[in-house]
Each structure stands twice: as structure tokens, then as C-alpha cells.
Design a protein around this ligand. Structure first.
Ligand code: SF4
Length: 346
């Protein structure tokens, strides 16, 4: 492949680390529960896992792929008292690849591979975490066959509006000041995004979207996250908000216990917004203009969820970490992709 052809599909190297990104696995355990689907499993993984436990693989209609089937209490069947019991044996050959990579991801861009991280686990949002370095990220991203594969690609053009793309270099000139404002100047996400939450929809209403989310049944903790987010949307005009079920509570209690001094909730939000821009995943289902509005909407929802949790006695930083889990998780689901596609661009 020529250099031009490679850059039009995005490059994996060099690995690019977002300024200020930090992570350490403290074993809070949230990622080993049905808060999200562990999949899509590859065929060889399915074969190996079925040898270990014939019932452990199931098919998810939601993501249309094989996934790890969780215990009835929502925890992974391989989660033991001291963590993952298939982490060590056979050099981890039995451990599904989504578990190896989480919370890391990789977006190929014309400048190199952007290392990305998900913020749905308190291990990413709370506590003394070392900076993410390229050397360590390589180990997290390298698959068993030794290759590093991106989970998203961005080429020479970036969708700016629904019917307009701009060169990647021009996009960088817009993105750079936004990231610096968030990460160096401590600017509020609202001022950096500079868009109103809950913009007009091309089709449907916000109330109907929330109503649809409240009746979903996937028999997993994802349902509870979806309902919590929907309850916040229903409170968008200033009404009361119901908190409802929080089946991940013990994971956040564990995080609170290991972080005795409350942290800065605003820094957590800025960090998440920066990664939501940096990952460029949004280019798969919308434009940059839509990203600004949808992120402004999710920031509003996050703050409303955190406010409701604080009202139940949750520590402010833990409330924001829990709200981040919800907006990060639902925000990368096909539910939210459908919402983003319907956002007007103002
Ligand atoms: S296989 Fe191991 S790492 Fe993956 S979800 Fe289960 S316990 Fe967690």
C-alpha cells in the first residue's frame, strides 16, 4: 500500500496518547459484569470457551453476535474472589479478546493510532492512576496473533456537517484548541462545546426517545443504565428525577473505599469529554456538528444523574463517576447512535 493509500485509511503507528490520560486496573469489577456485553466473540474463542463451560456462550440479538453469558447475578462465570480465573492459565489464551483490550481502543488516523479509553469503569475515572504510555498501551492492544488492529479508522476527510467533510488537518486545527481548553485551562465542557443540550430532532421527540428506553428488556444491567439515562431526559424541563435500580452499586462502593479523599468531579467530566472527542468514534455515525450537540446533551444528562445520586447521599465524585458510567455506556450503544443520527445541526 502506498503512503497516500495508507493515510487515507488511517495509520496505526505511531501510537498517539491523549495528553493527561491515566488508567490503572484496581479490580473494581464493573467490567466483569453484564453492565455491557462481552463480545463480539470470535469463532475460535467460542470453541475454547465452550470446552471450559458448554453454557457460557450466548447469542445477543442486541449486538447480533456471540457474547459471554453472565451468571444470574449479572457477574461473569469466570469472575472469582481474586479476579478473573482465566487471566493467568495458558498465558491468558482462554480470556476473550474484549476483556484483554478493555478499556483500551485504537483509532487509526492519518497521523497515527490514537489510543482511546472508555470511562465506564471507576478504574478509569477514580484514584491515583499512572499516565498511559505508548509502551504500555501496545501491550494492552496487541492481540494473541501479535497484531494490533484498530477498532475504528478515520481517513483524510472528517465529517464536519451532514453534507460537508473537511481535511483532517483542518479538523485538527479545530480540535486542538478544544482539547487544550479542557485539559490545560480547565474550561467547562459547556463553554468548549458551545452548543445547547437537547437540540431539535429531525424525527421524533426527546420524550418519545426516553419512553422507548424505559421499556427495553435485555435482562442485563444495561437496562438499568438505559432507564437511569431516560429518567434524566424526562427531567429535562426541571421536573423531579427517579433514580431507580443501581445494580452496579457495590463496584462504586469499592471504588469509594479505595479513594478516601473525594476527587474533583469537574476534572472527571473534562477528561471524559476530551476522550469522547479524541476517540473520533463519532465519525462513524454523525458529523462534528452533531457531536457537539450530542455531547452537550450527554453532559447535561450526566450532571442531572449525578445531582439525583447526590440527593440520595452519594459522594459528589462517586456520583459523577457513576453518571459517567451511564452516559459512556449508553452513548456507545446503538440506542444513542440512532439518537445522534436524528440530531439537527442547528
Ligand atoms: S473472562 Fe475474566 S476478564 Fe473477562 S469478564 Fe470474565 S472475569 Fe472479567
Amino acid at each position: 500500500m502506498t503512503d497516500d493509500a495508507a493515510s487515507s485509511r488511517g495509520l496505526i503507528e505511531p501510537l498517539l496518547i491523549r495528553s493527561g490520560a491515566r488508567y490503572h486496573c484496581f479490580g473494581d469489577g464493573l467490567c466483569c459484569t453484564d453492565v455491557h456485553a462481552i463480545g463480539a466473540l470470535e469463532d475460535d474463542e467460542v470453541e475454547r470457551l465452550k470446552v471450559l463451560q458448554p453454557e457460557v456462550v450466548g447469542y445477543s440479538d442486541l449486538i447480533e453476535a456471540n457474547i459471554l453469558r453472565m451468571r444470574t447475578d449479572g457477574t461473569c462465570p469466570f469472575l472469582g474472589d481474586a479476579g478473573c480465573i482465566i487471566h493467568e492459565p495458558m498465558d491468558g489464551l482462554l480470556k476473550p479478546h474484549p476483556c484483554w483490550r478493555f478499556p483500551f481502543g485504537l483509532t487509526a488516523t492519518p497521523d497515527g493510532g490514537r489510543v482511546t479509553t472508555e470511562h465506564r469503569c471507576p478504574c478509569r475515572t477514580m484514584g491515583e492512576r499512572p499516565p498511559i504510555e505508548a509502551d504500555g498501551a501496545v501491550d494492552e492492544l496487541r492481540e494473541r496473533d501479535g497484531r494490533i488492529r484498530p477498532n475504528h479508522r478515520v481517513g483524510d476527510e472528517v465529517p464536519f456537517r451532514r453534507d460537508e467533510t473537511i481535511p483532517f488537518a483542518d479538523y485538527l486545527a479545530i480540535e486542538g484548541p478544544m482539547l487544550r481548553a479542557l485539559l490545560e485551562d480547565g474550561a467547562s465542557p459547556e463553554s468548549v462545546l458551545a452548543r445547547e443540550p437537547f437540540p431539535d430532532l429531525i424525527e421524533g421527540t426527546w420524550g418519545a426517545i426516553a419512553g422507548g428506553m424505559q421499556v427495553v428488556k435485555t435482562d442485563s444491567r444495561f437496562d438499568a443504565a438505559l432507564v437511569l439515562l431516560a429518567n434524566a431526559i424526562q427531567a429535562r424541563d426541571g421536573g423531579p428525577m427517579e433514580v431507580g435500580e443501581r445494580p452496579w452499586r457495590e463496584n462504586f462502593d469499592r471504588a469509594e473505599a479505595r479513594v478516601p479523599e473525594p476527587e474533583d468531579p469537574e476534572a472527571m467530566i473534562r477528561d471524559w469529554v476530551a476522550d469522547s472527542i479524541w476517540c473520533l468514534y463519532w465519525t462513524a455515525f454523525g458529523s462534528f456538528e452533531q457531536l457537539r450537540s450530542e455531547l452537550a446533551t450527554r453532559v447535561w444528562i450526566l450532571r442531572r444523574i449525578a445531582q439525583a445520586l447526590e440527593a440520595t447521599g452519594t459522594r459528589p465524585d462517586v456520583a459523577v463517576a457513576e453518571g459517567l458510567m451511564v452516559v459512556d455506556l449508553v452513548g456507545t450503544s446503538e440506542w444513542w447512535e440512532g439518537v445522534t443520527a436524528r440530531l439537527s445541526e442547528g
